[in-house]
Design a protein around this ligand. Sequence first.
Ligand code: HEM
Length: 526
Amino acid sequence: MTDVSGMGSGPEDQREVLTNRQGHPVYDNQNQRTIGPRGPATLENYQFLEKISHFDRERIPERVVHARGTLSYGYFEAYGRLGDEPIDRYTRAKLFQQEGKRTEVAVRFSTVIGGRDSAETARDPRGFAIKFYTEDGNWDLVGNNLAVFFIRDAIKFPDVIHALKPDPVTFRQDPNRIFDFMSQTPESLHMLVNLFSPRGIPADYRHMQGFGVNTYKWVNKDGQSFLVKYHWMPKQGVRSMTEADAAAVQAHDLGHATKDLHDAIERGDYPEWELLVQLMSDDEHPELDFDPLDDTKVWPENDFPALPVGRLVLNRNVENQFAENEQSAFGTGVLVDGLDFSDDKMLVGRTFSYSDTQRYRVGPNYLQLPVNQTKAPCRTNQRDGQMTYFVDTAGESPHINYEPSVRDGLREAHYPHPDEVGPVVTGRLTRKRLPRTNDYVQAGQRYLLMEEWERDDLVHNLVTNLKQCDRVIQERMVWHFLLAEDDLGLRVGEGLGITPDDVAGLEPLRSQDLTDEDRGRLSKLG
Ligand code: HEM
């Protein structure tokens, strides 16, 4: 038998012995094997080469967005009802059905633009991604802390992210690039009014809201579908930071939000959020001045009340950040029976993008890693590929890794609900915007809903950033703000030395459809 007692430590040292990955004991971890004490080294030095070459491969590509983040575990507890009604009138998803039913979850919070070790005090949306390990397989709800997004069509995502990421030459996040893009993308106005307000720097992850942002569907026991939006409300309350607060925190800690969440869970102060949903019938809703599939819009709560359906509690930290956080993989395609996609053009693009990037970032077998694995029975005929960790058993016979077979192997499930009654869709192939873009009304309403100090902070932040932009970009942004809300446009303009007269002659952009109300505001300029 191999003696693994270790030569470097005394017989009194009871700790476990260091080995390499082959299980060989490491007798000397301080010196390479060399010919004589002064070298040279030799190539057959397996222990040294294995140690260094594994180290050389320690990093995987970081996420292209949301690289800085942290993961924790907990549970979701269902209320079993939607307001006064049984919830199965709206969704048959099992995790929502019985009051008190608990489903294990993993939640990853993140910032968007910075790299893996960047500051958590950045003005930036925060990611709020939940993986529900349900009995029907995994459900991922991949959201942000702000209720709307910059764009409404996935084809623009690489552009908006390139504009927000550092300049490829100077590697500085540059307001002149950001507002260059935004000034030509009026649908971003609603998001900008949120992002440059105090909500753009949440105090930490425990004190922020979460939103699914995109429109999904619920499907009930009769196969009838509804449009749905998801909202997470923190029981801890919502707290934000001004730029001055953020600068003070950042001076001594780049990872304050991860630390805050980790420490709260360690001391048993478990953070909690309530999940609320807004529902609409599954149609185009011509009575609204926006399209329900437009993720730059919120649904007015007076018409579509937000009703609670359950609560989320986080009560366990990861044991290893790399294995469980860095290699975790969330995506909008990961749904269970009773939940569905809508035709939201962002959601469709996202659903392709997540698993595509994860096959590249983590590898084709990323779903075999413990954090990503379903806890539901999982039997596939998928085989092989890099880093295959296990082979699903296929019935009694390992020979039958195909379907159909009269001999053995896996069979198809009996589809439980054959009578889907979703909308019938017909139309010409086209590349058109949604019909009701209405880019300004909700941005203006959001401004008016803010408290006085929030408006002051928003104007201050916009002016500070826009001062670093070319005049032509400043003017177009003031033009947009005037169309959203007079007071906002006048105040930002004043900070930049731009009057309504200065921008009165600007033509609408080719990329926008103005409403009659917008045209009315436009005609009053100057
Ligand atoms: C992460 C694409 C819009 C929330 C990511 C990643 C990609 C991506 C490629 C990295 C995933 C990984 O490496 O595992 C897209 C595309 C979008 C889009 C193409 C638009 C078409 C959005 C929107 C939201 C959002 C609107 C908010 C509702 C997130 C979150 C993560 C993420 C929270 C981090 C997930 C995690 O913690 O691992 N996105 N995204 N994304 N995205 Fe998006």
